[in-house]
Design a binder for this molecule. Sequence first.
Ligand code: AKB
Length: 318
Amino acid sequence: MDKILIIGASGQIGSDLTIALREIFGNENVFATDIKQPPQDVLESGPFQILDVMNENALNDFVVKNKITQIYHLAAVLSGNAEKLPSKAWEINMKSLLSILNLAKEVGVKKIFWPSSIAVFGNTTPKIRTPQLTYTEPNTVYGISKLAGERWCEYYYNKYNIDVRSIRYPGLISYKTEAGGGTTDYAVEIFYEAIKFHKYECFLKEDTVLPMMFMPDAIEGTIKLMEADSNKLTIRSSYNMAAISFSPKEIAEEIKKHINDFTITYNPDFRQNIAESWPQSIDDSVARKDWDWQHKYSLPDMVQIMLNEISKKLGKNY
Ligand code: AKB
């Protein structure tokens, strides 16, 4: 039986992924860890321990003691926050990945999942249906760290046969745990403000189109990639994976269909430049072919579910 370690289990992806993996592998076989407390369901449904991924000895001990066979390393400093603390972000994003890859090599962890991002692309990348293989000249610290990470993942696969798998996530939208410090976070914040105040001030311009995905699609895709036959995987850096694309204006119009008096204003900050360097849509045909990836949720589906779930969470009708 696989023993799975989730690093970053209290974060936006981790809090949903932990529950989904526990349903498949059994609660006691999925070990959630983070430097902060997780949501209640993660805490109550299986093992949780405070663990700092930057503490290599503690990480090694944990993996050996619990006979871990798979690691999902989800801890990272996202694009907006990384611009404020470049050296720290580089250290956290890179050192943690390298120590996990080395650990896998030394103690024989079977599989590793590490998230990359559309942030690996930059101003020279084609913006529409960005191909799997294309120019990757990121101009953010986060993007540079994700691109370097992709190269390390492929290197460890080729050189040491470490079975690392990775996805270039677009902006992820979920109702359970809020994202922190990213450029696509507006598409989560907007729901909280719409329900609470019927208005939102967006930090991106109205026509800034970005690739996005509803969290249930991201979780399903991630597990599908990790369960895929290794021989079918042709990409060992990171797979493009896409679902929907929209601008702040388009999501606001969709919200207005449910909250008639909702208004949005625009006050772009430093994240506008980051967003403008990223693609508007992604060609994920390689993922669709190699491991049968397909998304389910459209923008209207997602908006409906987000409004319902966040209004339940806030105890406030919209
Ligand atoms: C961010 O905005 O930094 C992240 C990402 C696209 O990787 N959501």
